[in-house]
Design a protein around this ligand. Structure first.
Ligand SMILES: C[S@@+](CC[C@H](N)C(=O)[O-])C[C@H]1O[C@@H](n2cnc3c(N)ncnc32)[C@H](O)[C@@H]1O
Length: 200
Protein backbone atom coordinates (compact mmCIF):
# COMPACT_ATOMS: atom_id res chain seq x y z
CA UNK A 1 0.00 0.00 0.00
CA UNK A 2 1.51 3.41 -0.91
CA UNK A 3 2.44 5.79 1.90
CA UNK A 4 -0.31 8.33 1.06
CA UNK A 5 -2.94 5.57 1.41
CA UNK A 6 -1.52 4.60 4.80
CA UNK A 7 -1.70 8.23 5.88
CA UNK A 8 -5.33 8.49 4.78
CA UNK A 9 -6.14 5.25 6.61
CA UNK A 10 -4.51 6.74 9.72
CA UNK A 11 -6.61 9.90 9.31
CA UNK A 12 -9.79 7.84 9.20
CA UNK A 13 -8.80 6.52 12.61
CA UNK A 14 -7.83 3.06 11.43
CA UNK A 15 -4.24 2.54 12.52
CA UNK A 16 -2.95 -0.47 10.66
CA UNK A 17 0.15 -0.74 12.87
CA UNK A 18 -2.11 -1.00 15.90
CA UNK A 19 -4.00 -3.85 14.34
CA UNK A 20 -0.75 -5.65 13.53
CA UNK A 21 0.47 -5.19 17.14
CA UNK A 22 -2.87 -6.39 18.40
CA UNK A 23 -3.10 -9.49 16.23
CA UNK A 24 0.47 -10.41 17.21
CA UNK A 25 -0.42 -10.03 20.89
CA UNK A 26 -3.50 -12.21 20.36
CA UNK A 27 -1.37 -14.94 18.77
CA UNK A 28 1.10 -14.83 21.67
CA UNK A 29 -1.45 -14.52 24.51
CA UNK A 30 -5.00 -15.10 23.26
CA UNK A 31 -6.63 -15.31 26.69
CA UNK A 32 -4.97 -12.18 28.10
CA UNK A 33 -5.47 -10.16 24.91
CA UNK A 34 -9.09 -11.23 24.79
CA UNK A 35 -9.86 -10.01 21.25
CA UNK A 36 -8.33 -10.35 17.79
CA UNK A 37 -8.79 -6.68 16.91
CA UNK A 38 -8.84 -3.43 18.87
CA UNK A 39 -12.31 -2.09 19.72
CA UNK A 40 -14.06 -0.18 16.98
CA UNK A 41 -14.79 3.53 17.24
CA UNK A 42 -18.50 3.14 18.05
CA UNK A 43 -17.77 0.84 21.00
CA UNK A 44 -14.93 3.10 22.21
CA UNK A 45 -17.18 6.17 21.99
CA UNK A 46 -20.00 4.40 23.83
CA UNK A 47 -17.64 3.57 26.70
CA UNK A 48 -16.25 7.10 26.84
CA UNK A 49 -19.74 8.64 26.94
CA UNK A 50 -20.26 7.22 30.43
CA UNK A 51 -17.37 9.39 31.68
CA UNK A 52 -18.23 12.95 32.64
CA UNK A 53 -15.09 15.01 31.89
CA UNK A 54 -16.26 17.79 34.24
CA UNK A 55 -16.02 15.49 37.28
CA UNK A 56 -12.59 15.97 38.81
CA UNK A 57 -10.11 13.21 39.64
CA UNK A 58 -8.13 10.65 37.71
CA UNK A 59 -9.68 8.50 35.01
CA UNK A 60 -8.25 4.99 35.28
CA UNK A 61 -8.26 2.79 32.19
CA UNK A 62 -7.58 -0.94 32.55
CA UNK A 63 -6.29 -2.88 29.54
CA UNK A 64 -6.08 0.08 27.14
CA UNK A 65 -4.26 -2.03 24.53
CA UNK A 66 -3.39 0.18 21.55
CA UNK A 67 -5.64 2.94 22.92
CA UNK A 68 -8.94 3.18 20.99
CA UNK A 69 -10.88 3.85 24.19
CA UNK A 70 -8.12 6.18 25.44
CA UNK A 71 -8.55 8.20 22.25
CA UNK A 72 -12.33 8.32 22.72
CA UNK A 73 -11.85 9.50 26.34
CA UNK A 74 -9.59 12.33 25.17
CA UNK A 75 -12.11 13.27 22.46
CA UNK A 76 -14.80 13.24 25.15
CA UNK A 77 -12.84 16.01 26.89
CA UNK A 78 -10.74 14.12 29.44
CA UNK A 79 -7.35 15.83 29.83
CA UNK A 80 -4.67 13.19 29.02
CA UNK A 81 -2.81 14.27 32.19
CA UNK A 82 -5.70 12.79 34.22
CA UNK A 83 -5.38 9.37 32.59
CA UNK A 84 -3.87 6.44 34.47
CA UNK A 85 -3.44 3.60 31.98
CA UNK A 86 -2.83 0.11 33.39
CA UNK A 87 -1.63 -2.32 30.75
CA UNK A 88 0.10 -5.70 31.02
CA UNK A 89 1.70 -5.82 27.57
CA UNK A 90 5.03 -3.89 27.38
CA UNK A 91 4.68 -3.24 23.63
CA UNK A 92 1.29 -1.57 24.18
CA UNK A 93 2.76 0.40 27.13
CA UNK A 94 5.51 1.82 24.90
CA UNK A 95 2.96 2.76 22.27
CA UNK A 96 0.71 4.45 24.85
CA UNK A 97 3.63 6.39 26.38
CA UNK A 98 4.63 7.78 23.00
CA UNK A 99 1.04 8.63 22.06
CA UNK A 100 -0.05 10.07 25.44
CA UNK A 101 3.12 11.51 27.04
CA UNK A 102 1.08 13.39 29.67
CA UNK A 103 -0.71 10.24 30.86
CA UNK A 104 0.57 7.91 33.58
CA UNK A 105 1.18 4.49 32.04
CA UNK A 106 1.55 1.65 34.54
CA UNK A 107 2.85 -1.65 33.25
CA UNK A 108 1.26 -4.18 35.57
CA UNK A 109 -1.53 -6.56 36.43
CA UNK A 110 -4.82 -4.68 36.64
CA UNK A 111 -6.27 -7.47 38.80
CA UNK A 112 -3.94 -6.17 41.53
CA UNK A 113 -5.57 -2.76 41.23
CA UNK A 114 -5.63 -1.66 44.87
CA UNK A 115 -1.93 -2.35 45.34
CA UNK A 116 -0.98 -0.82 41.97
CA UNK A 117 -2.82 2.43 42.70
CA UNK A 118 -1.72 2.69 46.36
CA UNK A 119 0.84 5.46 45.93
CA UNK A 120 -0.44 6.76 42.63
CA UNK A 121 -4.07 7.75 43.08
CA UNK A 122 -4.54 10.17 45.95
CA UNK A 123 -8.01 11.57 45.21
CA UNK A 124 -11.26 9.77 44.34
CA UNK A 125 -11.28 8.69 40.71
CA UNK A 126 -13.85 10.08 38.25
CA UNK A 127 -14.14 6.75 36.41
CA UNK A 128 -12.60 3.34 35.93
CA UNK A 129 -12.92 2.18 32.32
CA UNK A 130 -12.02 -1.41 31.63
CA UNK A 131 -11.23 -3.24 28.41
CA UNK A 132 -9.98 -6.30 30.30
CA UNK A 133 -11.22 -9.68 29.04
CA UNK A 134 -12.95 -10.04 32.39
CA UNK A 135 -15.05 -13.10 31.59
CA UNK A 136 -11.90 -15.23 31.23
CA UNK A 137 -11.37 -14.81 34.99
CA UNK A 138 -13.12 -16.63 37.86
CA UNK A 139 -16.04 -14.74 39.37
CA UNK A 140 -14.22 -14.08 42.64
CA UNK A 141 -11.39 -12.32 40.72
CA UNK A 142 -13.93 -10.17 38.85
CA UNK A 143 -15.71 -9.28 42.09
CA UNK A 144 -12.43 -8.35 43.77
CA UNK A 145 -11.53 -6.13 40.82
CA UNK A 146 -14.86 -4.34 40.99
CA UNK A 147 -14.63 -3.94 44.74
CA UNK A 148 -11.11 -2.46 44.34
CA UNK A 149 -12.40 -0.15 41.59
CA UNK A 150 -15.38 1.02 43.66
CA UNK A 151 -12.96 1.68 46.53
CA UNK A 152 -10.99 4.06 44.29
CA UNK A 153 -14.00 5.82 42.75
CA UNK A 154 -15.86 8.90 43.97
CA UNK A 155 -19.37 8.01 45.23
CA UNK A 156 -21.62 7.22 42.26
CA UNK A 157 -18.76 7.37 39.73
CA UNK A 158 -18.82 4.68 37.02
CA UNK A 159 -16.93 1.42 36.57
CA UNK A 160 -17.33 0.87 32.81
CA UNK A 161 -16.72 -2.54 31.26
CA UNK A 162 -17.40 -3.88 27.80
CA UNK A 163 -18.15 -7.49 26.97
CA UNK A 164 -18.82 -9.68 23.96
CA UNK A 165 -20.80 -12.03 26.20
CA UNK A 166 -24.60 -12.03 26.31
CA UNK A 167 -24.57 -12.05 30.13
CA UNK A 168 -23.24 -9.26 32.37
CA UNK A 169 -19.47 -9.61 32.99
CA UNK A 170 -20.20 -9.07 36.70
CA UNK A 171 -23.62 -10.08 38.08
CA UNK A 172 -25.97 -7.10 38.01
CA UNK A 173 -27.83 -7.90 41.23
CA UNK A 174 -25.17 -7.12 43.82
CA UNK A 175 -26.08 -5.38 47.02
CA UNK A 176 -24.90 -1.77 47.11
CA UNK A 177 -24.23 -1.67 43.36
CA UNK A 178 -26.38 -0.22 40.56
CA UNK A 179 -25.84 -1.73 37.10
CA UNK A 180 -26.97 -0.56 33.68
CA UNK A 181 -26.20 -1.72 30.15
CA UNK A 182 -25.96 -0.11 26.73
CA UNK A 183 -27.75 -1.42 23.69
CA UNK A 184 -25.89 -4.17 21.84
CA UNK A 185 -23.34 -2.43 19.61
CA UNK A 186 -23.70 -4.20 16.28
CA UNK A 187 -21.16 -1.85 14.66
CA UNK A 188 -18.35 -3.67 16.47
CA UNK A 189 -16.66 -6.90 15.48
CA UNK A 190 -17.77 -8.93 17.31
CA UNK A 191 -20.86 -7.06 18.58
CA UNK A 192 -20.40 -5.91 22.16
CA UNK A 193 -22.27 -4.34 25.04
CA UNK A 194 -21.11 -1.85 27.67
CA UNK A 195 -21.97 -2.42 31.32
CA UNK A 196 -21.73 0.31 33.94
CA UNK A 197 -21.62 -0.33 37.68
CA UNK A 198 -21.88 2.37 40.35
CA UNK A 199 -21.69 2.11 44.11
CA UNK A 200 -24.88 3.35 45.78
C1 LIG B 1 -9.79 -7.05 24.77
S1 LIG B 1 -8.25 -6.15 24.78
C2 LIG B 1 -8.91 -4.49 24.81
C3 LIG B 1 -7.92 -3.45 24.37
C4 LIG B 1 -8.50 -2.06 24.16
N1 LIG B 1 -9.06 -1.52 25.40
C5 LIG B 1 -9.55 -2.07 23.08
O1 LIG B 1 -10.71 -1.82 23.42
O2 LIG B 1 -9.20 -2.32 21.93
C6 LIG B 1 -7.67 -6.43 26.44
C7 LIG B 1 -6.45 -5.65 26.86
O3 LIG B 1 -6.22 -5.91 28.25
C8 LIG B 1 -4.84 -6.18 28.46
N2 LIG B 1 -4.75 -7.01 29.67
C9 LIG B 1 -5.13 -8.31 29.79
N3 LIG B 1 -4.95 -8.72 31.06
C10 LIG B 1 -4.44 -7.67 31.74
C11 LIG B 1 -4.05 -7.49 33.09
N4 LIG B 1 -4.15 -8.47 33.98
N5 LIG B 1 -3.58 -6.28 33.46
C12 LIG B 1 -3.49 -5.25 32.56
N6 LIG B 1 -3.85 -5.38 31.26
C13 LIG B 1 -4.31 -6.57 30.85
C14 LIG B 1 -4.38 -6.86 27.18
O4 LIG B 1 -2.98 -6.78 27.02
C15 LIG B 1 -5.17 -6.06 26.13
O5 LIG B 1 -4.48 -4.89 25.78
Amino acid sequence: MPLHSLVSVEKKGLRLDDEVHFIRSWFEKPLATGAVMPSGRVLARTMARYVDPTVSGPVIELGPGTGPVTEALVKQGVDPARLVLVEFNPVFCRLLRSRYPAATVVQGDAYRLRRLMENLVREPAAAVVSGLPLVTKPLRTRLRLMSDALGLLAPGAPFVQFTYAMVPPIPKALSGVRAEASELIWMNLPPARVWVYRGS
